[in-house]
Design a protein around this ligand. Structure first.
Ligand SMILES: [Mn+2]
Length: 309
């Protein structure tokens, strides 16, 4: 078996509660994913780099901390994501559950100071940028004689901007910004993608497990990184069949449709103008009688609002 230089993951979001969208036991799936990762690390004997949001909430329960201590892979290095931090504030790191893992020597935090892992054959230089760290560019040592890795919790995207007005930079932009390094591992965007430019690779591992309704097609997992041939390989984590509940997806889309119909209806009422009188009331009554989306309670609220205005 070809041994990886490092295992790359992100957005593990260890949590105490069950995500709303899940129809099967999330706690069990989360544990199985961790044990899979623990075993994968044993087989490769390499470091595991996590690009933040190890926990879903900064204050995990004692049960979740115990699960993390027992079941996370060995040789784990991470940066903090906003979910790992009280008030999303890096200055409050010492109060976080993640800090307990550091104290228990189950995790090391990567900082902006470049460090070198000396255990052959895994000699590489690395740097970490947690959520809320300064935005200044990474400063690397002059000599570039071993693979360099930057791990950071920062929203980046590939292809289409995730939403209009999104200020997050594209992966290509971040690759230029990162300077002289071989590999960039980013977390925060729960979608998984890889961008290669020349000899540089950016890996956004995405969330380890699907959590939300829009992730029903998401295949979560980790990447193996092979420094000598500058390649990565995706390894999916085991997942129960159809974890995201179909009924939940249907309810959500129904709700979205209803909300949109209600918005359209209110816009129509608005466009009828401020004229009060028999015509307005007749028009409104006609309009409301054709609106499928209305229940009697909402209808009486509309009439009240009209009476008061
Ligand atoms: Mn996240």
């Amino acid at each position: 078996m070809k041994k990886a230089t490092a295992i790359l993951c992100s957005d593990i979001h260890l949590r105490d509660d069950q995500p709303l969208a899940w129809g099967v036991d999330y706690g069990e799936a989360q544990l199985q994913a961790l044990l899979f990762l623990q075993d994968l690390q044993k087989r490769h004997g390499c470091p595991v780099l996590c690009a933040g949001d190890l926990f879903h909430h900064w204050k995990p329960s004692p049960w979740l901390l115990t699960t993390a201590i027992n079941s996370l892979p060995a040789n784990l290095y991470a940066v903090a994501g906003q979910h790992d931090l009280p008030q999303h504030n890096i200055d409050m790191f010492s109060k976080s559950g993640m800090a307990v893992l550091v104290a228990a020597k189950r995790l090391q935090i990567l900082s902006r100071l470049t460090e070198v892992l000396y255990e052959p054959p895994f000699i590489f230089e690395w740097m970490g940028i947690s959520w809320g760290d300064t935005h200044s560019r990474p400063v690397w040592d002059c000599e570039w004689d071993r693979p360099r890795v930057l791990v950071m919790h920062k929203m980046v995207w590939k292809g289409k901007r995730p939403f209009p007005g999104c200020k997050a930079p594209s992966a290509s932009k971040v690759m230029k910004w990162a300077g002289d390094c071989d590999l960039i591992v980013t977390g925060d965007n729960h979608k998984r993608f890889v961008v290669e430019k020349g000899k540089k690779i950016l890996v956004n591992p995405g969330s380890l497990l699907p959590m939300t309704a829009d992730q029903d097609k998401h295949v979560g997992g980790v990447y193996l990184w092979f420094a000598e041939d500058r390649s990565v390989e995706f390894v999916p984590v085991p997942l129960p069949k159809n974890p995201i509940c179909k009924e939940y997806i249907e309810t959500l889309s129904h709700l979205k449709k209803n909300t949109q119909q209600l918005k359209d209806l209110l816009n129509k009422i608005n466009s009828m103008g401020n004229l009060k009188g028999p015509d307005f009331e007749t028009n409104l009554r006609n309009l409301l009688s054709t609106a499928e989306v209305l229940d009697p309670e909402t209808e009486s609220l509309i009439w009240e609002a009209v009476d008061e205005s």
